[in-house]
Design a protein around this ligand. Structure first.
Ligand code: HPA
Length: 246
C-alpha cells in the first residue's frame, strides 16, 4: 500500500522514472477523479500518482473534481499527499522556474465544490485550517531540497484564483497587498479537502511566469510551458529523493 500520493499539475502529467505496477479507475461518491490512479515504485518505495488535469491535460482548474480526487487518493490508503502546482510569481523571490513550499493560503476561488461536510450531516463540522499545510511534510520537502542542492523558497503565501483566465495587474497588486507571494488556480479547495479527510498535504509550487503586471508585456502560454518543462526536472529530482527516503 502506498503511503504517499503525488498530484501532478500542469507540466507533470506523469512521473517518468516511476516503475508502474498498475492503473486503477476509481469511482467515488463525488464522481470520477481526473484520471486513473497510477501505482508504482520509485527506488523501491510505493507511490500513487494522479494527474490533476487528466492524462491529456484537458480539465481546466475550475472544472477539476477536487472532491473525487482527494477521496480517491484516501481510498488507496495514502496518508500523505504532495501536490505539485504551477504558479505565477508575485514576490521578487519567486522568479520563473523557482520552486517554493508555501506555508499559507488565501482563497479567492468561488462556486467550486469545496467541502465534504455539506449535506446529510450528523453534526456541523468546522476543520481547523490555521496552518493549511502539513508541517511535517513541508519540513521533509524543505530538508530534502537542501540535501539535494535544489534551491527553493521555504515559505510563502499561495493565493488561489478561480481561473481559467490569468489575473489583471490590479488583481495581482491587490493580492500582493493581501500578502500573497504566488498565484495559482488549483491550490484550493484541494488543500482544505485533504484536511477535512485528515490527510497530510503539502504543496510544491513551481513558478511558471511572473504574475500579471510583474514583467514587461503579456504572459504567453509558450513561456509558461518552457519554464515548467525546465523546472519539472528539478521537481522530479526532489520527489525522487523524498520518495526514496520513505
Ligand atoms: N496566475 C494563476 N495561475 C497560474 C499562473 C498565474 O500567473 N501561472 C501559472 N499558474
Amino acid at each position: 500500500m502506498a503511503n504517499l500520493a503525488i498530484i501532478g499539475g500542469t507540466g507533470l502529467t506523469s512521473l517518468k522514472n516511476l516503475e508502474v505496477s498498475r492503473r486503477e479507475t476509481l469511482h467515488t461518491p463525488y464522481g470520477e477523479p481526473s484520471a486513473a490512479l497510477t501505482y508504482g515504485a520509485l527506488d523501491g518505495t510505493e507511490v500513487v500518482f494522479l494527474a490533476r488535469h487528466g492524462d491529456a491535460h484537458t480539465i481546466a482548474p475550475h472544472r477539476v473534481n477536487y472532491r473525487a480526487n482527494i477521496w480517491a487518493l484516501r481510498e488507496t490508503g495514502a496518508r500523505r499527499i504532495i501536490a505539485v502546482c504551477a504558479v505565477g510569481g508575485i514576490n521578487k523571490d519567486m522568479p520563473p522556474r523557482k520552486l517554493a513550499i508555501p506555508d499559507q493560503i488565501i482563497d479567492y476561488t468561488w462556486s467550486r465544490e469545496h467541502t465534504f461536510f455539506d449535506t446529510e450531516l450528523t453534526h456541523v463540522t468546522h476543520i481547523d485550517f490555521t496552518r493549511p499545510y502539513c508541517e511535517d511534510l513541508r519540513d521533509v520537502l524543505i530538508a530534502t531540497a537542501a540535501r539535494a542542492g535544489i534551491e527553493i523558497l521555504p515559505h510563502g503565501t499561495y493565493g488561489a484564483t478561480q481561473g481559467p483566465r490569468l489575473e489583471t495587474a490590479a488583481e495581482i497588486d491587490r493580492m500582493e497587498r493581501d500578502g500573497c507571494d504566488m498565484v495559482g488556480m488549483t491550490g484550493m479547495p484541494e488543500a482544505a479537502l485533504a484536511r477535512e479527510l485528515d490527510l497530510c498535504y503539502a504543496h510544491c509550487a513551481v513558478s511558471a511566469n511572473w504574475a500579471a503586471g510583474r514583467s514587461e508585456g503579456i504572459i504567453e502560454m509558450r513561456e509558461i510551458e518552457v519554464n515548467l518543462e525546465h523546472s519539472m526536472q528539478e521537481v522530479r529530482t526532489l520527489l525522487g529523493h523524498v520518495i526514496a527516503n520513505g
